[in-house]
Structure formats: structure tokens, C-alpha cells
Design a protein around this ligand. Structure first.
Ligand code: GTP
Ligand code: MG
Length: 195
């Protein structure tokens, strides 16, 4: 799928600006700074396709990327803490929730969790929203390169326990690092298999 090429389509700031819901669509959700944009770049093999930075709140629009002629990858603004004006943050949080709850063509949400920090209350809130909207979500642990081997099993265990509480959770976790490339090929094939 990814051999065919990826392109930026558009950044959307309101539900009325969404492209037609006529492709297989997957999105990347997660707390600010968890690594959503970086992961999209890793998966597509395009270094600077999605804009990433160390400032939480970098992505402020819903960004659509086309993969081949069949798929959309969607980079979402983060939730939780963001270095941006409060009114702006409130606006994009509302848009984010409308999108997650109401996008007809959304086949799967990848919910990114920083492997060092685990599932937080704001993640639970988004997971519950996805449960209520019957959107299947799959958890992707990010920044695995930053996790000490000794802490790894505990991180996996607590994440699995949190997921067990969510009916919309897909049971299989994907462990990734955009730094080392861990899990990137797996994520590619998972996306390619979503029809
Ligand atoms: P917002 O758009 O602000 O919500 O953030 P985001 O989730 O898109 O995060 P982004 O991709 O901008 O990455 C945030 C920071 O984490 C950047 O400095 C990245 O270089 C870093 N980062 C992302 N993924 C990894 C990873 O796998 N390993 C390490 N070590 N750093 C990472
Ligand atoms: Mg981003």
C-alpha cells in the first residue's frame, strides 16, 4: 500500500471541511506530544510529511493524507496539555471529538500512548468516547526506545488492563519507536489489511 505514495491533502478546521467519506480512513489520536505526526512520517517513509515538534500542541488542524487512491491517514491535534491559547485549544478539542464520534468512514482509530507514561485519565476519556461511538481503536505504544527493559513488562501489563475495560479496544497492542523503527512495518501491514 505504502509503495504507491502518500500526499498531504488538506488541513480541516470544521466538520464542514471534511473530504468526502469515500475511502478507508484511519486516524492517529493521542495526548499532545505523544508522537502522532512523527509516527505518520515513519509509516509513510516521508520525513517531513506531517509536521512534528517538541512543543505540545503542534498539530492544530485535522490533517488528511492520501495513501494510494484507497486510504486516508488522518493526523489529529493532541488532547491534554498544549502550548496554545485556551480558546484555540477548546476549539480543536471540540472538533476532535466531533470527528472521532461522527466520521462515517473512520475504520479504526490508533490511540497512541507514550510507553513511559501509560494510559492517563484523558486517554480513558477518549477511549470511552470511541466505545460510545462504536469506533474500533487499537493502541500503539510510542517511544519504546525510551523505555528501560526493566519497565517494559509493567508498561504492557497496565496498558492491557486499561484496555480490558473498553469494549471498542482491539486487543492487540503495537509497540513502536519512530527512532529505531520498531513496529513500523507491523503498523504498515495492519493499516494495509484494513479494508
Ligand atoms: P501534537 O501535534 O503536539 O499533539 O504532538 P504529536 O503527538 O504529533 O507529537 P510529535 O510527532 O510532534 O512528536 C513530539 C516529540 O516527540 C518530537 O520531539 C518527536 O521527535 C518526539 N518523538 C516522537 N516519536 C518518538 C519516538 O519514537 N522516540 C523518541 N525518542 N522520540 C519521539
Ligand atoms: Mg502532531
Amino acid at each position: 500500500l505504502f509503495a504507491t505514495g502518500t500526499d498531504f491533502l488538506k488541513g480541516v478546521v470544521a466538520m464542514s471541511g471534511m473530504p468526502p467519506a469515500d475511502r478507508v480512513e484511519v486516524c492517529f489520536a493521542g495526548r499532545s506530544n505523544v508522537g502522532k505526526s512523527t509516527l505518520i512520517n515513519a509509516v509513510t517513509g516521508r520525513r517531513a510529511l506531517a509536521r512534528a515538534s517538541n512543543t505540545p500542541g503542534r498539530t492544530q488542524e485535522i490533517n488528511f493524507f492520501t495513501v494510494a487512491d484507497s486510504h486516508y491517514l488522518v493526523d489529529l491535534p493532541g488532547y491534554g496539555f498544549a502550548k496554545a491559547p485556551k480558546a484555540e485549544v477548546a476549539k480543536w478539542q471540540a472538533l476532535l471529538k466531533s470527528y472521532l464520534a461522527g466520521r462515517a468512514s473512520l475504520r479504526r482509530a490508533f490511540v497512541l500512548i507514550d510507553a513511559r507514561h501509560g494510559v492517563k485519565a484523558v486517554d480513558e476519556e477518549i477511549m470511552s468516547l470511541l466505545d460510545a461511538s462504536a469506533v474500533t481503536f487499537q493502541t500503539v505504544l510510542t517511544k519504546m526506545d525510551k523505555v528501560k527493559v526493566a519497565d517494559r513488562d509493567k508498561a504492557l501489563d497496565t496498558t492491557r488492563k486499561a484496555l480490558a475495560r473498553h469494549p471498542a479496544a482491539y486487543p492487540e497492542l503495537i509497540l513502536t519507536s519512530s527512532e529505531t523503527g520498531q513496529g513500523i512495518a507491523t503498523l504498515r501491514s495492519v493499516i494495509a489489511d484494513i479494508a
